[in-house]
Design a protein around this ligand. Structure first.
Ligand code: ZN
Length: 180
């Protein structure tokens, strides 16, 4: 059973690696990849809109698309784990390894991978830039968006502000639900 659990985790890791490779390949490949998963690419308007707010726009996978793929993987793997758990019940070692995988990796998969992805998408900032922007850098991503609008709700994952005209309850940029 232990080997079966290890194989399962290896397969999962390979799948995650594959996602990250495609997410950094090219738009065409990424779009056909997500469309096969039933995920619609974001519109060019949404991309442009995000760019106007000053948010860093990755060249290939848009953050909300990337999150949707990760969420699917997390959801599907959790269902598979449930089945596997009933099989390994009596095998202490296998059960242990599976539990640890769920606790350390699977439970926060979407959140952690999205964070990594967003950090990698941020433009490199030089020391001079930091001094020049010392007073505004904390708020860098939200200044242009919020302006003098009467309220702002910030996304917990990426810090983007929810726009007043936004009809959605998820972040327009990374796709994280804004109200839980
Ligand atoms: Zn967000």
């Amino acid at each position: 059973m232990l080997q079966k659990v290890r194989d399962f985790i290896n397969l999962f890791t390979q799948e995650l690696d594959e996602i990250n490779i495609v997410a950094n390949s090219n738009l065409e490949r990424w779009h056909s990849f997500i469309e096969e998963l039933g995920i619609n690419p974001v519109t060019i308007e949404r991309r442009n809109h995000a760019e106007l707010t000053g948010l860093p726009i990755p060249k290939v996978a848009f953050p909300s698309e990337y999150r949707a793929v990760l969420y699917q993987l997390e959801y599907r793997t959790k269902r598979q784990v449930k089945v596997l758990q009933t099989e390994v019940e009596d095998d202490f070692d296998a059960d242990d390894v599976l539990d640890e995988f769920v606790r350390r990796k699977l439970n926060s998969l979407t959140k952690n991978e999205l964070k990594k992805y967003l950090n990698a998408s941020k433009p490199a900032v030089s020391v001079l830039d930091i001094f020049a922007n010392a007073s505004t850098s904390l708020n860098k991503y939200s200044v242009k968006e919020t302006g003098d609008k009467s309220y702002s709700i910030k996304c917990n994952s990426c810090g983007a502000s929810r726009l007043e005209e936004d009809q959605y309850d998820e972040c327009f940029y990374c796709g994280t639900p804004l109200f839980n």
